[in-house]
Ligand binder design. Structure first.
Ligand SMILES: [Zn+2]
Length: 159
């Protein structure tokens, strides 16, 4: 899907982290094209496209797990920990295009399920929740089957 903006304010530099190893995004169909934007905690998170909020989770404290802490756990146990601790907002843009924004702070969503949002709206604030080694926003676009799809962002020079 093509978008006109990044999921954070234009004043914030675009810095991308590339997780490697067992948890690399490309290892999973659900996250194949996900992007980790390195952002300070409490950065506003912005909807890249208009749509309807379909999921909000913001009850997790700022607990994070370094992948090294998870040695010996099964992938299922790790996915369970991630699901339990990762705060997020997900938006349905119609036409089978959805986006999700992960690792928000506790009570860090500014939208509710069912709310219509417009491209550029603040939907929450970044935090440090889930499985991660440094604060970042995990952005992912996906289709109605839950498969990750590529996002074409504007060129940074056009920001
Ligand atoms: Zn990620």
């Amino acid at each position: 899907m093509k978008v006109n903006r990044f999921p954070f304010p234009e004043s914030v530099p675009v810095r991308i982290s590339h997780p490697a190893g067992q948890f690399a995004h490309e290892n999973f169909p659900q996250t194949r094209y996900a992007v980790d934007f390195l952002l300070p905690v409490d950065t506003p998170v912005i909807a890249v496209k208009s749509g309807k909020v379909i999921l909000v989770k913001q009850d997790s404290d700022n607990i994070h797990f370094n992948p090294a802490d998870l040695e010996g756990k099964t992938l299922e146990e790790i996915m369970q920990l991630a699901a339990e601790h990762t705060n997020l907002v997900a938006i349905d843009h119609g036409n089978g295009e959805l986006t999700e924004y992960l690792h928000l702070r506790r009570d860090g969503a500014t939208v509710q399920v069912g709310q219509e949002v417009t491209e550029g709206d603040v939907i929450g604030y970044t935090g440090y929740t889930g499985i991660m080694t440094e604060p970042h926003l995990h952005y992912n676009a996906f289709n109605s089957k839950g498969e990750s799809i590529p996002t074409e962002f504007p060129r940074q020079s056009e920001q």
